[in-house]
Structure formats: structure tokens, C-alpha cells
Design a protein around this ligand. Structure first.
Ligand code: RTP
Ligand code: MG
Length: 140
């Protein structure tokens, strides 16, 4: 067990439906603490840069479209095994495969509009946090 930080996003499909508080409540109840948070309307350039790893994938255009379609809440979550814990409460990428009680099972509309993002490993967590936040903006 170790205290970790992970990067999380509440995506436009969820902010549009006013689900920010409901989603953060699930995170907090799972033992994760919001140690940085801001609401951003991503530019195309920011979305393409953030998702650069997926740029050759067939869904890239659709992903960038949806991430620039409205406000996103970008945040840093801290807690025991925060990376895995957050992935667990998010549920599978495709809401059709997501387990009962997960955020995506409850709120996601489709694989593309799946309400949340969470880092998948320590390296990506560090990169993704640094993409959106300066060190002084993360207050643990
Ligand atoms: P995330 O990175 O957002 O936490 O989600 P993930 O690891 O579960 O999924 P990943 O494979 O990294 O894909 C990133 C995001 O791209 C969108 N996607 N659309 N239309 C499609 O087939 C498709 N596949 C992936 C999803 O919004 C996914 O969260
Ligand atoms: Mg991913």
C-alpha cells in the first residue's frame, strides 16, 4: 500500500449533465482526495496533445471532437493505490462492459462519451498531471 497521485478528468458529456458533484462524491467515498482541480474548455491543440498516444487510432477524431465540445474538470486525486483504485471505481472503458456500481456503468453514454478519464500507470499519471498542473497547484 502506498499513497499515490493520479490524474482524473470529468469529461464534457458528464459536466453537461451536471454530474460533477455526483462523480466527485463517488471518488471521495472511495478514499480518494481531490488535491487539485480546475474546469477547462480544452482547445483542439490541448486535446490532441493530451491524447497524442491515440493519434493513429480510428476513434481519434471523434475523441478530440467530444473532448472539445464543452467543459472538462481536470483534477489530481490522492490516496492509497490511487491509480488502481480510481480505475476500479471508473469501470470498463465501454459502459456496456462496466461492472455494477462503477461510475461508467451509472453515468456513461457510450464508449466515446464515457464520463471520466483516469491514468493507467505511475508514468502516465506523472505525465498527465504535469500536462495540466504546475507543482504549486497540487496541494496534498
Ligand atoms: P481513459 O484513458 O479515458 O481513462 O480510458 P481508457 O484507458 O479506459 O481507454 P483508452 O483505450 O485509453 O481510450 C481513451 C478514450 O478514447 C475513447 N475511445 N473511443 N470509439 C471508440 O472505439 C473508442 N475507444 C476509446 C474513450 O473515451 C476512452 O476513454
Ligand atoms: Mg487510457
Amino acid at each position: 500500500m502506498s499513497i499515490e497521485r493520479t490524474f482524473s478528468m470529468i469529461k464534457p458529456d458528464a459536466t453537461r449533465r451536471n454530474l460533477t458533484g455526483a462523480i466527485i462524491k463517488i471518488m471521495e467515498e472511495a478514499g480518494l482526495t481531490v488535491v487539485a482541480s480546475k474546469r477547462v474548455w480544452m482547445s483542439r491543440r490541448e486535446a490532441e496533445g493530451f491524447y497524442a498516444v491515440h493519434k493513429e487510432r480510428p476513434f481519434f477524431g471523434e475523441l478530440v471532437e467530444s473532448m472539445t465540445s464543452g467543459p472538462t474538470v481536470v483534477q489530481v486525486l490522492q490516496g492509497e493505490n490511487a491509480i488502481a483504485r480510481n480505475r476500479e471505481i471508473m469501470g470498463a472503458t465501454n459502459p456496456a462492459d462496466a461492472a455494477e456500481g462503477t461510475i461508467r456503468k451509472e453515468f456513461a453514454l457510450s464508449i466515446g462519451e464515457n464520463s471520466v478519464h483516469g491514468s493507467d500507470a505511475p508514468e502516465t499519471a506523472a505525465q498527465e498531471i504535469a500536462y495540466w498542473f504546475s507543482e504549486t497547484e497540487v496541494v496534498g
